[in-house]
Design a protein around this ligand. Structure first.
Ligand code: FAD
Length: 436
């Protein structure tokens, strides 16, 4: 007999587990399809830093204390030749595996049916609708799972979405430039008493990328480097070269090393189709420039579950509210970050300094910074620094203001999407072609 569920979700990462639990709690029949064996669910190469800001508070999400290894006060941003910029935020350094497993167990507790060691191979499409998913287990024939709603939570591979017809709005093309390859190590090292995560933007060390040092508990430090996939660089050597200049790593020991890919672009412009939704990394919802995808995956899973639970039917129009709610809230800060990052990455260290020197006075709230709130204090400071700095600030502000106005006008109904989408595409192609 062909199994049938109200909702089939592909991917038991943060996004998939949370959405599955949310829907099952509302009484829907939900299955969760994961290619990993059950013993590996929760394992993910990650920086482990969850930004616990007002967005998580609003949706009432809090990771259990047992999986928080250390609580930090934000990020210190280092750019050569500049004073450090402090971005204040509550940052939780997680026991990532334990956290992932906890999310999975929560989904099971709500009655979600798991298909572990099971690879989703194709969406089932009929009459312009996604009607389920074809899956495969090792040494077993393919199995068809029918579902009213099918959700792609397969991470950066965006596995199901990429197999949908090209003309569907959700089928936005993603290139290697839109992804960052990361190499990260967990090390045992002494001397990390600072209660901040450190991020380094240095064109000489990591061109078009970033390097991080996140102190955890019990002498553990999470360190890594991420670069756009179109930039060829020996990432491991890049990281080791940087750590060799820091005496705190002199006698450090590697506990775990691994690779991973993180979205490095703006979120998709549309996350829904008939009978289909995409959430988390599969929807490219990580914050560009920071590689921060945990909080966005949590928020998107919550919003998508809420929308699906309230939908009378799973048509594009019924699910549209998820696009609007995500892109007008967290998405709005993310498109500004993406616009800023595309612009910033192409600047020389000298121009980066001029731009960032406008912010190098004191410290900022991360949420306000990601929303590029330029207040009177920053403007006055900039005016004092000189014309070049002021010009850089205004250039950046113009750009961020433009993208903000486009996404603030995100259509409330799908019929207005094609016109809006053209406007957004024009903006992104202009900025990617560096015509600013
Ligand atoms: C090196 C690195 C460092 C990072 N550091 C941070 C950080 O410090 N803070 C932060 O907020 N974010 C960080 N991120 C990003 C964060 O880890 C992701 O944004 C987040 O885990 C995304 O969750 P997800 O559920 O969308 O996807 P994933 O966690 O990737 O889950 C997707 C799941 O789908 C499964 N899957 C894929 N294809 C199939 C298929 N065909 N069939 C069945 N199952 C499938 C996968 O096995 C996986 O379990 C980092 C990412 C990387 C790579």
């Amino acid at each position: 007999m062909v199994p049938k569920f109200d909702v089939a979700i592909v991917g038991a990462g943060v996004a998939g587990c949370l959405m599955a639990a949310g829907l099952a709690k509302k009484g829907l029949s939900v299955c969760l399809i994961e290619r990993k064996p059950i013993s590996k669910i929760g394992v993910k190469v990650c920086g482990d830093a969850l930004i616990a800001d007002s967005k998580l508070k609003e949706i009432g999400f809090q990771p259990p204390k047992g999986y928080v290894e250390r609580e930090l006060y934000g990020f210190k941003v280092y750019v050569p030749g500049l004073d450090v910029i402090t971005l204040k935020a509550k940052v939780l350094l997680l026991d990532r595996e334990g956290f992932g497993r906890w999310l999975f167990e929560r989904a099971l507790d709500q009655g979600v049916t798991p298909f572990e060691s099971t690879i989703a191979i194709n969406p089932i499409i009929s009459d312009g609708w996604v009607k389920g998913v074809k899956v495969k287990r090792l040494n077993e024939p393919p199995l068809t799972i029918n579902s009213g709603l099918t959700v792609d939570a397969s991470g950066v591979a965006s596995f199901l979405r990429r197999k949908l017809p090209r003309e569907w709005w959700v089928s936005e093309e993603v290139t290697r430039y839109d992804l960052a390859l990361c190499y990260r190590e967990i090390r045992l090292a002494e001397g990390f008493d600072d209660d901040y995560c450190s991020i380094y933007y240095d064109q000489a060390i990591s061109p078009m990328g970033y390097l991080w040092i996140f102190p955890k508990s019990k002498g553990k430090v999470n360190v890594g480097v991420g670069l756009r996939m179109n930039v060829k660089a020996p990432l491991r050597e890049v990281l080791h070269h940087h750590l060799a200049c820091d005496p705190r790593f002199n006698s450090s020991r590697i506990l775990h090393a691994g690779w991973g890919v993180v979205p490095a672009r703006h979120p998709l412009k549309c996350f829904t189709s008939n009978g289909f939704m995409v959430i988390g990394d599969a929807a490219y919802q990580a914050t560009c420039g920071l590689g921060e995808g945990l909080r966005p995956s949590i928020v998107s899973a919550y919003l998508a579950a809420q929308e699906a639970a309230e939908a009378a039917y799973y048509g594009l129009e019924d699910l549209w509210g998820y696009n609007v709610k995500y892109l007008k809230t967290l998405g709005l800060a993310q498109v500004q970050s993406a616009a800023f990052t595309y612009y910033f990455e192409r600047l020389s260290d000298e121009r980066r300094n001029k731009l960032l020197s406008n912010f190098a006075e004191g410290s900022f709230n991360l949420e306000a910074f990601l929303n590029f709130k330029i207040d009177a204090k920053i403007l006055a400071h900039s005016a004092k620094l000189g014309l070049q700095q002021f010009k850089e600030l205004i250039g950046e502000w113009r750009l961020v203001r433009e993208v903000k106005s486009i996404y603030t006008a995100y259509p409330e109904a799908s019929k207005n999407y094609p016109e809006w989408s053209l406007r957004a595409d024009n903006f992104w192609s202009k900025i990617k072609a560096s015509t600013y």
